[in-house]
Design a protein around this ligand. Structure first.
Ligand SMILES: [Zn+2]
Length: 290
């Protein structure tokens, strides 16, 4: 390799690293609502006369960037930081906003998980169990728990006046659910998504991938239901994971990003969930596994 080529490669590597590390942005959603993004991760904030309510801080570096950006763009104090659930790739960096007058809110099980695992972020000082409503300036924010689905204490964050709903990790629009569905409760995802579809909203802003309307959430639910039913039926017939990965196609959804690459992984995720949580592989009433 020539010296020049080595230098070019080094430069390219350094540049891509810098680009990745600083892939932060703010984009308007509707009225006083904005989406904050750190690469593939998103959160939401509301700017009001009485201050700012933020959801996830995403990471320590992201939170530092956001704090400066909020100061220069809006110059309002942050009043609330609301954690969507307990996972570190969403709620790290909370301590950056820990100042007098800032309340950190989470579902009680998200707080428990952050404490029990000694997570390096701000521990919430206000928790709830089923529902909580906040009023900040002219903005109402409804927080709701829909049962287990992913992570601990995973909630929806609703802005009823704007008809915007924010859900992280257990509803993903425009892209397949993540790989082998690590830590997901598949029936919990289905139940929680059905529950959300009873709510009144025009736009769902995900913690990953795209924002979308209610029809897109309905389509996502159909995908989960069909995936679950196909894997369940195959396991009831004694089929192996490898067979299910060869046989199951859900081509109604093939326009979703990562469809070909992640469908076999999604199948594996449901298979493992049914094996681990429902003991489907040791059921005496089902055929012996292939
Ligand atoms: Zn996530």
């Amino acid at each position: 390799m020539t010296l020049l080529r080595s230098l070019l490669l080094l430069t390219a590597f350094a540049f891509s690293t810098v680009t990745l590390a600083e892939d932060f942005s703010i984009s308007p959603i509707k009225d006083n609502l904005y989406r904050f993004s750190n690469g593939t991760h998103h959160s939401v904030f509301a700017v009001t006369d009485a201050g700012i309510a933020l959801t996830d801080t995403l990471s320590y570096h992201a939170a530092n960037w956001l704090k400066k950006a909020l100061k220069s763009r809006f110059n309002k104090p942050v009043r609330y930081v609301i954690y969507s659930h307990s996972h570190p790739d969403h709620v790290y960096g909370g301590q950056v906003f820990n100042e007098p007058g800032v309340t950190f809110i989470a579902h009680e099980w998200a707080r428990d998980d952050l404490l029990a695992t000694r997570a390096n972020t701000q521990i919430p000082n206000l928790v709830f169990n089923d529902e909580m409503t906040l009023y900040l300036g002219d903005t109402q924010i409804d927080l709701r728990y829909h049962g287990p689905n992913n992570g601990k204490g995973s909630i929806s964050i609703n802005f009823p006046k704007q008809k915007v709903l924010h859900v992280v990790d257990w509803i993903v629009l425009g892209r397949m659910p993540y790989k082998t569905l690590p830590g997901y409760d598949i029936r919990g995802m289905i139940n929680s998504t059905r529950d959300v579809l009873q709510m009144d909203f025009d736009l769902l802003v995900g913690g990953h991938a795209e924002a979308g309307d209610k029809d897109e959430v309905r389509s996502y639910l159909r995908y989960l239901e069909q995936l679950y039913q196909a894997v369940l039926q195959g396991m009831r017939e004694g089929k192996s994971l490898a067979t299910l990965q060869q046989e199951i196609r859900l081509d109604e959804f093939k326009a979703l990003a990562m469809y070909e690459a992640w469908l076999p992984l999604n199948i594996e995720g449901v298979y493992n969930d049914l094996a681990d949580q429902s003991y489907m592989l040791i059921r005496p009433d089902l055929p012996v596994k292939e």
